[in-house]
Design a protein around this ligand. Sequence first.
Ligand code: XMP
Length: 521
Amino acid sequence: MGSTPIIAILDFGSQYSELIARRIRETQVYSEVLPYTTPATKLLALGAKGIVLSGGPNSVYDAGAPHCDEQIWHLGIPVLGVCYGMQLMVQALGGKVVKSERGEYGRAPLTIDDPTDLLTNVEDGTTMWMSHGDAVEVLPPGFSRLAHTDNTPYAAIVHHGKRLYGVQFHPEVHHSVGGMAVIRNFVYHICGCEPTWTTDAFIEEAILDIRQQVGDKRVLLALSGGVDSSTLAFLLHRAIGDRLTCVFIDQGFMRKHEPERLLKLFEEQFHIPVEYVNASERFLARLRGVTDPEEKRKRIGYEFIKVFEEESQRLGPFDFLAQGTLYPDVIESAGTNVDPATGKRIAVKIKSHHNVGGLPPNLRFVLVEPLRKLFKDEVRKVGKALGLPDEIVRRQPFPGPGLAIRIIGEVTPERLEMLREADMILRQEINRSGLYNSLWQAFAVLLPTIRTVGVMGDKRTYAHPVVLRFVTSEDGMTADWAKIPYSVLETISNRIVNEVPGINRVVLDITSKPPGTIEWE
Ligand code: XMP
């Protein structure tokens, strides 16, 4: 994943723009999502080897429909218009786009008219994913047809001389069977890119970049134990050795044995020293009597910043703060967080606690963000290549406020203990059953304000229920409740009720997201 030729994606508002970038990167060619307004001169300056125009929700003939810089058609750089992008190209170059009578949504077999060029190695009749209400009626001069479907006379088009291409289908979505072949043809054969965006090349270049940015100065990093901050620590340690200081602030809300395990891994196995700060008493004191979820998050965030500030002064001074910003955060926040005085990006929030308001003005570091070009799956690859074990690389997401937001109501040491024990049993059984990697998250939620009647031995009990939550998801934005085998549920339930004092009932959350959220608070 080193600095390589780039395929620029101009984003016209499609939900798939990011996916196009990910798919292109799967071919080991670097690609970035840029606003549709990006001027042609900037694309030239970036050294773009190809341009993809994404789909979008508009109709090209609407007043105010988004347009790209007209010079893009004349740069001599290959352009691939996808859906709206293709319609835009057709309209701009003298063809005609109309509202189609039936539209076309879902899978459609593609009939290939010209099996060369963009459609090399794409089988005739292959399934492609369609999602359009408009269609091309008349091609612009110089264009010819590469493929059609039953409903769409122009499903793929080309202007050979100008190297302009359009597809009405979405090659990037999983349902388009020949989609990756189309993308490979475009990036390799048409744009002439080599597969140079590899993990090893990325690591090599990131290390050089970090050394150049940091010089002989010192960097502070807040380690959380997740894959992003751990990969970041490995990369920085490789680049600058002991000029990196990792601080691990234990809020007291991690799962059983996690803090010890993390320290052991980093210090004994990886030989990366970690400043361990046990701040659990402070956090618990902050949360005393607090039951409102947002208030809990706010207080945890505030306390985290305070401890972080104290530690950075105790261990510092530092010029740089390492942050595990990923590419999706950069797309969303492009242009923000820039210090007007220096033009450099500055820390206005700490990402592992996205609910945290911001760092105080006297604590302004320059950011080191070596992962900012990467998608999450690429971070995992980099982490693995740097030697991170699977238990971190494949670790399920864990919220910044930790178990505190999985205890409904007040967080007390006793309740934390109860949840920790139940959660550990759940994780042990999910691991034992081999289900861990198939789940996005698996965890327990404590409902301490409710008590229910039960019987154990000859005695009546009156104790707390715990909720089991298992979800599958691609990205955490939507999620399905996971159908865990009854036998596994049975073991978890039996063990929790027998082994965790204070819990006498186990219930299962079978809500998907939406309408539920993954966490309960
Ligand atoms: P929800 O509950 O909103 O969660 O469906 C979506 C994903 O985000 C995680 N999550 C958090 N992560 N701080 C975090 O760092 C938080 O306050 C927080 N709340 C939810 C959640 O675990 C899931 O992966």
